[in-house]
Ligand binder design. Structure first.
Ligand code: C2E
Ligand code: MG
Ligand code: MG
Length: 395
């Protein structure tokens, strides 16, 4: 047993189940600790970091769900497998809860445990060597972010959106990237909220918009129908000048308004819905398209759909990623696609990673897919090569 073995914690009140899990995973190189209840698990977690956790959802008085919360707070990032004797609805709901908490969920399996199924779910746990080389992302300060914005250190990566039936390229989504010199990259899920809290979001939006439109102008010479989608924070919608600022940026870059899609999420509650509605409506009148992002995760997605002039709906990847294995997610996707089409909106599925998910989405009439299956976010300089390779897959 070396330090480099992958470590797994199994939490189950039945000793026999802990043994089954231990036997199943030791053969593929895991070192296993077993905990019978919440307190024992908490004790192990306070002493060690684990690469994977196998967790029984029905742990006596303090349920497995409390442990999910604890895992999240601990800041560790193990891959989680849920086991349960309960029905698929409860298992799926727990998976979604764990995902919403930001945990990495490999999936859920039912009792009695089939060892091969468990091993299959754990096959993506990286070897220790790789894990130890990666330093966790450190929260930067607002001053560092402000400096990075002043020095134009926030870059834009582009991820393809592909028409599912024709496989034509519908557009690219612009995603902000920050890689401070000599440090680990900071994910947008950390620095975008930081910008929102410290009055830096307008500047971030402006810089991303400028770079995205410049790149779009270049690729439209050869791919005239390819749009660019820029994420607009709900806080930026509180600026009544936004439509004119965007119009000026479009004119400066020489890009037609119809080539731009403004993606709006409801991660932050819209403080002034009337003003947000006015800003989005004026953008629409100017010819810019407007998309509701991460649909299904917001506080008032349906209300927003009714009030705001969206042209596109993006189904959040927490529904998409598991739609071939989770019957509930699949029903929600089908209903969402038909609702969006009733309202005349294009539907984009985010997080399409596999051929199985793609096939399902095509069957359900989804218009556009975005995800690793088609392309990861990449620098503008890599796009032409991607376009070329993509064209080859169509030939
Ligand atoms: P989003 O707008 O929903 O962007 C899609 C996210 O899903 C991106 O994460 C993308 O890298 C990731 N993704 C795409 N396909 C797959 C897949 O197949 N599998 C998986 N696991 N992930 C996939 P990213 O780049 O980390 O961005 C996270 C969020 O940060 C974005 O979510 C968006 O809300 C926000 N964000 C990024 N750039 C900006 C920006 O310039 N302005 C604002 N306001 N927000 C931004
Ligand atoms: Mg987006
Ligand atoms: Mg999204």
């Amino acid at each position: 047993m070396t330090d480099r073995s992958r470590r797994l914690l199994v939490v189950d009140d039945e000793r026999i189940q802990r043994l089954i899990v231990t036997r199943a995973v030791e053969s593929v190189g895991f070192v296993v600790d077993g905990a019978a209840d919440f307190d024992e698990a908490a004790e192990f977690l306070s002493r060690r970091t684990y690469d994977a956790i196998v967790l029984d959802l029905s742990l006596g008085a303090r349920e497995g769900v409390s442990l999910l919360h604890m895992l999240r707070r601990g800041g560790a990032d193990p891959l989680v497998v849920l086991i349960s004797g309960m029905d698929t609805r409860v298992r799926s709901a727990s998976c979604r809860l764990a995902e919403a908490l930001g945990l990495r969920i490999a999936g859920s399996i039912e009792k009695p445990i089939v060892p091969a199924k468990l091993r299959a779910l754990l096959q993506d746990v990286p070897r220790r060597e790789a894990v130890e080389d990666v330093a966790p992302a450190v929260m930067p300060s607002a001053t560092e972010l402000a400096n990075a914005l002043d020095r134009d250190e926030i870059m834009v990566a582009f991820q393809p959106k592909v028409a599912l039936v024709s496989r034509g390229v519908a557009g690219m989504e612009a995603l902000a990237r920050w890689h401070p010199a000599g440090a680990e990259p900071v994910p947008p899920d950390l620095f975008v909220p930081l910008a929102e809290r410290h009055g830096l979001i307008a500047k971030l939006t402006r810089n991303v918009l400028r770079d995205s439109l410049a790149a779009c102008r270049r690729w439209r010479d050869r791919h005239p129908d390819c749009s660019v989608a820029v994420n607009i924070s709900p806080l930026a919608l509180a600026n009544p000048e936004l439509p004119e600022e965007i119009e000026a940026a479009l004119a400066q870059a020489g890009v037609a308004p119809g080539a731009l899609i403004a993606e709006v999420t409801e991660g932050v509650v819209i403080a002034d819905p009337l003003l947000a509605s006015e800003v989005l409506t004026r953008l629409r009148i100017k010819g810019v398209r407007v998309s509701i992002d991460d649909f299904g995760t917001g506080h008032s997605s349906l209300l927003s759909l009714m009030r705001l002039p969206f042209t596109e709906l993006k189904i959040d990847r927490s529904f998409v990623a598991c739609c071939d294995t989770d019957p509930e997610a699949w029903k929600i996707i089908r209903a969402t696609i038909s609702l969006a089409h009733e309202l005349g909106l294009d539907v984009v599925a985010e997080g399409v990673e596999t051929a199985a998910v793609e096939a399902r989405l095509i069957g359900a009439g989804c218009d556009i897919g975005q995800g690793w299956r088609f392309g990861r976010p990449m620098p503008a300089a890599a796009l032409e090569a991607w376009f070329g390779a993509h064209a080859l897959t169509l030939a």
